[in-house]
Design a protein around this ligand. Structure first.
Ligand SMILES: *Cc1c(COP(=O)(O)O)cnc(C)c1O
Length: 230
């Protein structure tokens, strides 16, 4: 667990790395948002990062987020919480109530249910379309060749506000070409935000135009192992 001093130091260090990568690759200023991925870490571990100024966080499970974030948000109303894990339609209502951005829209049924729940809750959230950029059977996301048409359907059929694309490239290959492909799809789909890059590859992602990098272990330290089946 990080002490407050460590949280501030980590944020400063990562912020400097993001800025260095941005400059090195000639990306425009103010472009890269750090999404601090706090999954598996308790509220006590997250608080020092909030106190050090971090405002955007990511969680991958609705159930877990529900136990941690309402109390943190009550103290800090300006937080922005992103859902970065797979979403089941039966959790869509809770997700819309709890999160500010849903990064993992990947099928029409989910898009439709989210649109209904946003209308019902009076909360219109920006979403990202998750692309299964490596076409990996175990991963969520729409297939790359269907992504552009799906973005169009999300907008025109479901009425969602699609802010960008999101991906998690295969673990065992250089990520650069996958990031480049996501950027190309984003251009074709007419979205200007790209959520790509994690602790091990965020600088590469920034080079390919990431606007959001999702960092967990680089900020919070190593995660405890997940229970089976999660
Ligand atoms: C856990 C997770 C991350 C953060 O991973 P790190 O390697 O710890 O930075 C980013 N994106 C998604 C979708 C995740 O589930």
């Amino acid at each position: 667990m990080q002490s407050p001093v460590n949280a501030a130091e980590r944020l400063a260090m990562i912020g400097a790395m993001i800025e260095r990568a941005r400059r090195r690759f000639g990306q425009p200023p103010e472009k890269v948002t750090l999404v601090a991925v706090s999954k598996t870490f308790p509220a006590e571990a997250i608080a020092p990062f909030i106190n050090a100024g971090q405002r955007v966080f990511g969680e991958n499970r609705v159930q877990e987020a529900k136990t941690k974030w309402p109390a943190l948000r009550a103290l800090h109303p300006d937080l922005e919480l992103h859902l970065i894990g797979p979403l089941q339609t039966n959790k869509a209502r809770e997700a819309v109530a709890l999160f500010d951005v849903i990064e993992t829209v990947d099928r029409d049924k989910l898009a439709g249910v989210l649109a209904e729940e946003m209308a019902r809750g009076g909360r219109r959230l920006p979403v990202f379309v998750q692309v299964n950029i490596g076409l990996e059977p175990q991963k969520a996301g729409i297939a790359p060749q269907e992504a552009v048409a799906f973005v169009t359907r999300c907008r025109q059929v479901h009425g969602l506000e699609v802010a960008g694309l999101m991906c998690i490239p295969p673990e065992d290959q250089p990520p650069g070409p996958y990031f480049a492909q996501l950027a190309m799809l984003g251009g074709e789909a007419g979205v200007n935000q790209l959520s790509m890059g994690m602790s091990g590859d965020f600088e590469t992602a920034i080079g390919m135009g990431a606007t959001h990098v999702r960092l967990g272990s680089a900020l919070f330290g190593q995660r405890p192992p997940l229970p089976q089946g999660t």
